[in-house]
Design a protein around this ligand. Structure first.
Ligand code: C2E
Ligand code: CA
Ligand code: CA
Length: 579
């Protein structure tokens, strides 16, 4: 099988470093003639400055009677027959793969796979393109329309079809390197309005400008694809953590949003982004694409620009959804939910100083279900408010029971969905609880996930302030998985920052992870926030965190989440100073 030439990573055929001068006179001519692939050097004006012997032979020419211009060589159906699009390439792409039908000396055409790399001179101006060519698989067959539609004539970006060739290779590379790959699907919001109000030329200019910005904003090993209409796909390779993807996604969002001039008007677009991650979400390209689609559909529910990562809760078959919804409603009526409690350990005192309540569903047939299987779905169908209510009900009952036990109760943090913070109900309900039970507000803490915060910032900010006013502490959960900066969060009333477990996981091996975690702890402290490291599971991690003055840890090293009875036993038997 003749594999397509990879666009990025390590090209199957090495691209020699060339200077901008004509190759005819350079001593590397003999070397290039010996390369087992066709090589062309093409000027920005489509002039052919050099063809190696292999390329000339492939088309039946000798190097001396080789045509002087690219347009004499390529099939009229090839998008590069137009000078305009070839020129455009210089502004959008640095390296890309393209199938081209080259015209042989005898008038027949040969289908080829080509890797093109654009070279700039010292002043950053287009100097030449280097094209490395091989005959395509079926070189005696007519080239299919699919093949020709791999490159988009408007933006010169590869099209969605191109992913069929490229993505499996990219996934194999990620697998081999033990890295993640992220698929980002971007949709320009309100693009149609540009076409309708400013005209199609302005719409085209906008798409070209966005293509250009996206290409400039990503690493040269990453790929930008025009998926059709107002949709782009960005493939990020060599991703270390989901947080890296979130950071790049927010950078892309920012660059796209910057104003541009269209038909004499300054115009800003917003963009919705849906992301899926290999291998976290799926191992196979079609599924990853579908999941990115699903995440994009979620993101688009908010019209003003939004980033959403795929989550299994987003993707449930309609029949299954219906059943799950009726089961959830029954579970709410019968209160089939229980809270487990995970201790948090103070690194200063070595004592368990607080707990986190984590919900489980005691399903009559399926047994104990983890929150990931039903919380996202409950958010989607609007049942999360009722679940939150039950969590507070069960938690308050537990705290009242613990009230008279020696050493108890400890303050308990509980998780709250962003949707619960969009109305003032939560603050009002917490106020009622404090009044009715007489519990001191210091016994409660609200945890809110960072990645969802930004979605409803305005309402969230006001409601967090009301909760804080009651004397209840607020922590940011899963810090690092979203795309908010600490400075940005510092405008919210936050007492604690919980660094996500994926960062702690990588602590022992990765220098980058170490510096991220260390500087996060320092910055949080300078903003008067205490820091909890989540998912701490080894003594090494504990030691590192202690040396950086992290305040608390939570994780299997100390204890998994436990039902209340087991937690009491754990705390009774625990030797002071042990993790
Ligand atoms: P979270 O708030 O980040 O909770 C921490 C999760 O990490 C818990 O999963 C916990 O069991 C797990 N964990 C704790 N220590 C370790 C460790 O050392 N290693 C590893 N690998 N994992 C550890 P769980 O209980 O399945 O909860 C999942 C998520 O569900 C929670 O993540 C939280 O976002 C959500 N959730 C849980 N309870 C509630 C709730 O009452 N309401 C809402 N809205 N969401 C909840
Ligand atoms: Ca939490
Ligand atoms: Ca967490």
């Amino acid at each position: 099988m003749y594999a397509p030439i990879p666009v990025s990573g390590n090209p199957a055929m090495p691209v020699p470093a060339l200077s901008g001068t004509s190759l005819h006179k350079t001593p590397c001519r003999a070397l290039l003639d010996a390369v087992p692939a066709g090589i062309l050097q093409i000027g920005p004006d489509e002039s052919i400055r050099f063809a190696n012997a292999r390329f000339a032979a492939m088309l039946g020419y000798t190097p001396d009677d080789f045509p002087a211009s690219l347009c004499e060589l390529i099939h009229p159906d090839t998008h590069f027959h137009s000078r305009h699009t070839w020129k455009d390439l210089w502004h959008t792409m640095r390296e890309f793969e393209v199938p081209i039908r080259f015209r042989c000396k005898n008038g027949h055409y040969i289908a080829t796979d080509n890797l093109v790399r654009l070279m700039l001179d010292e002043n950053g101006q287009p100097d030449f393109a280097l094209l490395v060519s091989r005959p395509a698989l079926a070189d005696n067959q007519p080239v299919s329309r699919l093949h020709l539609s791999l490159s988009d004539p408007l933006t010169s970006l590869p099209t969605r079809n191109y992913l069929d060739y490229f993505l499996p290779d990219a996934l194999a590379r990620s697998h081999k390197n033990g890295k993640m790959l992220a698929l980002l699907e971007l949709n320009i919001n309100r693009f149609r309005i540009v076409n309708e109000s400013l005209g199609y030329d302005a719409g085209d200019a906008l798409l070209r400008e966005i293509a250009r910005r996206l290409v400039h904003a990503v690493h040269e090993n990453d790929s930008v694809i025009r998926a059709g209409g107002d949709e782009f796909i960005v493939v990020l390779e060599n991703i270390g953590t989901p947080a890296d993807t979130a950071a790049i996604a927010s950078r892309l969002m920012q660059t796209v949003t910057e104003p541009m001039t269209l038909a004499g008007h300054s115009y800003s677009v917003t963009v919705s982004i849906g992301a899926s991650l290999y291998p976290r979400d799926a191992a196979e390209s079609r599924t990853l694409l579908r999941y990115a689609d699903i995440a994009l559909a979620e993101a688009r529910k908010k019209p003003t620009g939004n980033i959403r990562f795929f989550h299994p809760g987003m993707h449930v078959e309609p029949a299954v959804k219906l059943k799950l919804e009726s089961e959830l409603r029954r579970a709410l009526e019968k209160n089939e939910f229980v809270l487990f409690y995970q201790p948090r350990l103070s690194l200063k005192t070595g004592e368990v100083t607080s707990l986190e309540a984590l919900i489980r569903w005691r399903h009559p047939e399926k047994g104990l279900l983890s929150p990931d299987t039903f919380i996202p779905f409950a958010e989607e169908i609007g049942l999360i408010g009722k679940i939150g209510h039950i969590v507070r009900h069960n938690l308050t009952r537990q705290l009242m029971q613990w009230r008279d036990r020696p050493g108890m109760p400890l303050p308990v943090a509980f998780n709250v969905s962003t949707c619960e913070l969009c109305t003032g109900h939560l603050a009002a309900s917490l106020k009622d609880i404090l009044r009715e039970t007489g519990l001191p507000p210091g016994m409660l803490e609200v945890e809110i996930t960072e990645s969802r915060l930004i979605e409803n910032m305005h309402a969230v900010r006001a409601n967090l302030a009301s909760i804080r006013k009651l004397g209840i502490a607020i922590s940011i959960d899963d810090f690092g998985t979203g795309y908010s900066s600490l400075r940005y969060l510092s405008s919210l009333p936050i007492d604690l920052l919980k660094i996500d477990g994926t960062f702690i996981d990588g602590l022992s091996e990765s220098d980058a992870m170490q510096s991220i975690v260390k500087s996060t702890i320092g910055m949080a402290h300078s903003l008067n926030m205490a820091v909890i490291a989540e998912g701490v599971s080894t003594p090494d991690q504990l030691d590192i965190l202690k040396s950086w003055e992290c305040d608390q840890i939570q994780g299997y090293l100390c204890s998994p989440p436990l039902p209340s009875g087991e937690l009491e036993t754990f705390l009774r038997n625990r030797r002071p100073g042990m993790p």
